[in-house]
Design a protein around this ligand. Sequence first.
Ligand code: SAM
Length: 301
Amino acid sequence: MSDWISLAAGQSYPAGTLYVVATPIGNVADLSLRALHVLGLVDAIACEDTRNTGQLLARLGLQRPLVAVHEHNEREAAGRIVARLAAGERIAYVSDAGTPGISDPGARLVEAARAGGHAVVPLPGPSAAVAALSVAGGLLDTGAGRFTFVGFLPSKARARAEAIAGLAGLDHAWVLYEAPHRIAETLAALAEGLPGTRRLLIGRELTKLFEETPVLSVAEAPGWLAADAARAKGEFVLVVEGAAAVAADGAPDAQAQRVLDLLLAELPAKRAAKLAAAITGAQTDALYRLALARRGDDGAA
Ligand code: SAM
């Protein structure tokens, strides 16, 4: 073990540098050895919440001065930290959990340090998004491994539904964060706004005692949550499969065809194809061709 720590200690950690340190998202043992070393050697640790970080340090057996840098004071606090970097101090920045800057503060401080001519060094580690993606398996197949990180959806129902409609057509997976008090609404909105067969991974309480990572269809997800009242108490990251709505022969899948047929009963072909594409994630061109074929016309609609 001591050999591993000396590997972390053997690297040089220049003065006047901001160290951006990822911290555990649940299990304290996920802190990296380099992070442990750097948190012990810096002159101060800037953090989102001094109480939270104080508890982490106590568990690690470390004591360092803490400076509060949260969403509401990040700009002013950044100025004071840059002055300390200029005086040659080493400062670490940690958010409450996971990787700073990922749906967390940190970006302003990093900008200020760079603008002041100081080196900014990342110490990589846990992030709920990457942890969930690492067990998403075949959900990443549609986009050949590509994904979009979305973070939190808007909290208002209409804006959330619009955001989902905008994401529905992505041909690759997307990653959402959600708070326990909104998870039921978000799963319901996904079931409403996506084809029911679209799969998602629910990463609940990752790295913690009640960790679960079921893969379900979006239609099943609200029922899964409701089946056990304890489930809603937890932290959630969702990986939603990308639209695979075009079959190998280029035809929209059965679900997309059903939606198109319903819309064609009310709307011109072009409008029906566009709306069906937004709802199902299938490609507009393929739907339009199908709409014309259904109508038996030649493209005049
Ligand atoms: N910076 C963090 C990261 O790198 O993952 C994310 C911070 S964001 C404010 C907090 C959100 O991350 C939570 O609401 C939840 O969606 C997700 N999250 C954090 N810890 C988690 C965990 N242990 N299991 C599942 N999701 C988690």
